[in-house]
Write a protein that binds this ligand. Structure first.
Ligand SMILES: [Zn+2]
Length: 628
């Protein structure tokens, strides 16, 4: 998921809400997924068939899921699946010509993980069988957001969309919800006649709006990449294999903003090997989409906050596209290894940005990411700062922040610098080749790296140089430090202007990139009179900017500095966007200034009906945890 997926930072936040009753784990197994109830050592799902009605009135998906499963242990008689807030009406097993009802019961609910569904197999079930579950979702589904018409761009039709990562697929499909397994799927989806359904599957840009849609996903994916959206969507092509789905009101702006997508796809193929998924389309959702983007295969879901009008925020598209290799093709085996998805993708994103735009722009993004990483080290507990930590459901909300993204990227840049770009690119291509359609742990990555680079004669690095990245907090002493000449200049300008050495009108904001403006705002000295901020705002209109990242940066500063003259615009920002990255830190800054907790709570009360349930939960926790 996520601008540089800080957006996606919030993916980890979905592993939140500390599971207080979880037992202490003495014999921690880094290859085991602690975030699923499924007994995947005894049964594995190979294919999922969905047949669902989309009921906007009741806010539920209703129908059945058929799981084609294989029994790995002949003695095993009970299948355990992950669910969350699902109603199960019946269970049956089909095996060869035989069909039989199956007994089922729910286990104990865990606040974080949901509720295990235990199905007792009838004697008819063979080694390979279909488990058919008749079910419906509930309006509380953590994956689904049901939007009334007034929260869409068009204002006339409802919409629903899913966000399954990390552990929310289980709230709309009963299944083995773990990235360790891959499934193919097909689906029949019935919607109101005038709406279009799309999925992380073979969407047909020419599909007629019939109210009944068929999908197939022939490439095996982990469950967190199951995705669906239903709304008043229309399609516009961007290139031969790329295009955009969104509401008609956003179509022109989206086509303009993301015009470079086809070139990105072709560049990515030339750098990382063939794109294995067929088409690559984008779905631009309403403001309440919780992340910057989500790499649902064949169809990345995107926030409309990227529509800055100047293509300044399209690194998110490069990021989601890069996931077609790192994440979707080669997948982290458990959420503890998420840096293999996100750090690798952030690295590839920068490489793409270098080619599509230029090195200067890529370096600006690297510096902003590095700054954010240093900020993360200040608030993330040391044991969660390793790329490969001991992570279990006991580790509470936001356990790693954006460390897997930025530290992971820096680690790969460290390797690239040591071995040279050519050798490192060869390594990456062979890594994607070797592990394609599989899952990887940090330890597997390390062994592969060792075999192919570290143990070569005269190699500049050894395992001892590399292990601290994976297992220790902070950064090793020899970690690279990204630099950008334009950002150094922007920081110097901030100091000069604050000192009065430079007139407000002479700050070169108009020729700067959005990234330089962000760095300038972040570099303003701690002590700065409010009339200086007012001056800046009146000349450059930061409180009114339509660039969501600049707005985010500005309003964090406004809140930290208690610059109350801009609070009305700050509240407008909190109502305009629902993406967690853009608003949660603004609420946090209001709380952190020590004076505005009550005000933050009032603003949240007024805005929260427009937020995605996940984002609303993160913010509510920030506001509740605070004293006062
Ligand atoms: Zn990502």
């Amino acid at each position: 998921m996520i601008r540089k997926t800080l957006l996606i930072a919030f993916a980890m936040m979905t592993l939140t809400a500390c599971s207080k009753d979880a037992p202490e784990i003495d014999d921690y197994d880094p290859a085991r997924d602690y975030f699923t109830f499924a007994n995947t050592g005894q049964f594995v799902t190979e294919h999922v068939t969905l047949d669902l009605d989309v009921d906007f009135e009741k806010q539920e998906l209703r129908g059945y899921a058929l799981l084609t499963m294989r029994r790995l242990e002949s003695e095993a008689g009970e299948v355990v699946l992950d669910t969350r807030d699902l109603n199960i009406a019946s269970a049956a097993v089909l095996s060869g010509e035989q069909s039989a009802a199956a007994e089922f019961r729910f286990g104990e609910t865990d606040e974080l993980l949901g509720t295990p569904l235990i199905v007792t197999l009838p004697p008819e079930a063979g080694e390979r069988f279909d488990l058919v579950l008749e079910y419906s979702t509930s309006p509380e589904s953590t994956a689904l957001q049901w939007l009334p018409p007034e929260l869409t761009a068009g204002g006339k039709q409802p919409m629903v969309f899913s966000q399954s990562q990390s552990i929310h697929a289980r709230s709309w499909v009963p299944l083995q919800d773990t990235p360790a397994l891959r499934i193919t799927y097909e689906a029949k989806i019935r919607t109101p006649r005038n709406l279009l359904a799309v999925m992380s599957a073979n969407n047909d840009p020419l599909a007629a709006r019939t109210g009944e849609y068929h999908f197939e996903m022939p490439q095996p994916i982990p469950s967190y990449l199951l995705a669906i959206a239903v709304g008043n969507f229309y399609f516009a092509p961007l290139g031969e294999d790329t295009g955009i789905y969104t509401e008609p009101e956003l179509l022109d702006a989206s086509v303009y903003e993301f015009a470079d997508t086809q070139a990105m796809l072709e560049t990515a193929e030339s750098m990382f090997g063939p794109y294995e998924w067929g088409r690559y389309d984008l779905l631009v959702l309403p403001p309440s989409f919780p992340y910057g983007g989500m790499e649902n295969p064949r169809l990345s879901f995107l926030t409309p906050s990227l529509l800055a009008g100047d293509r300044s925020l399209v690194a998110v598209v490069a990021h989601e596209l890069a996931h077609s290799w790192s994440g979707n093709l080669v997948t982290n085996r458990t959420w503890r290894d998420i840096w293999l998805n996100e750090g690798m993708t952030s690295y590839l994103e920068s490489r793409l940005m270098e080619v599509i735009y230029d090195v200067g722009r890529a370096n600006e993004e690297r510096v902003l990411g590095y700054r954010e990483l240093l900020g993360n080290f200040e608030r993330v507990p040391e044991n969660m700062q390793a790329l490969a930590p001991r992570m279990t459901p006991r580790d509470g909300e936001d356990s790693q922040g954006t460390i897997p993204y930025h530290k992971g990227q820096l680690f790969l840049e460290y390797l690239e610098a040591a071995f040279g770009r050519e050798a490192f690119d060869d390594f990456l291509q062979s890594y994607f080749d070797n592990f394609g359609w599989q899952t990887v742990t940090s330890e597997l990555f390390l062994d592969y790296l060792d075999e192919h680079l570290l143990s070569a004669e005269g190699a500049p690095l050894t395992r001892a140089n590399v292990e601290p990245w994976l297992y220790e907090p902070g950064l090793p002493d020899d970690a690279p430090v990204p630099e950008s000449a334009t950002l150094i200049a922007a920081a110097a300008t901030a100091a000069d202007w604050a000192d009065g050495a430079l007139a407000t009108a002479d700050i070169p904001v108009d020729v700067w990139s959005a990234q330089a403006v962000i760095h300038f705002i972040n570099s303003l000295p701690q002590e700065l009179a409010h009339n200086k901020l007012a001056d800046l705002d009146s000349v450059y209109g930061f409180s009114e900017t339509r660039n969501a990242e600049i707005a985010r940066t500005w309003f964090i500063q406004v809140a930290e500095r208690r610059y109350a003259s801009a609070y009305p615009q700050l509240e407008a920002h909190l109502n305009r966007y629902g993406r967690g990255r853009l608003i949660a830190p603004v609420y946090s800054a209001l709380v952190a200034n020590g004076e505005d907790l009550e005000l933050a709570r009032e603003m949240f009360e007024r805005a929260k009906a427009t937020y995605h349930p996940l984002v609303a939960r993160w913010i509510a926790e920030t506001l509740e945890e605070s004293p006062g």
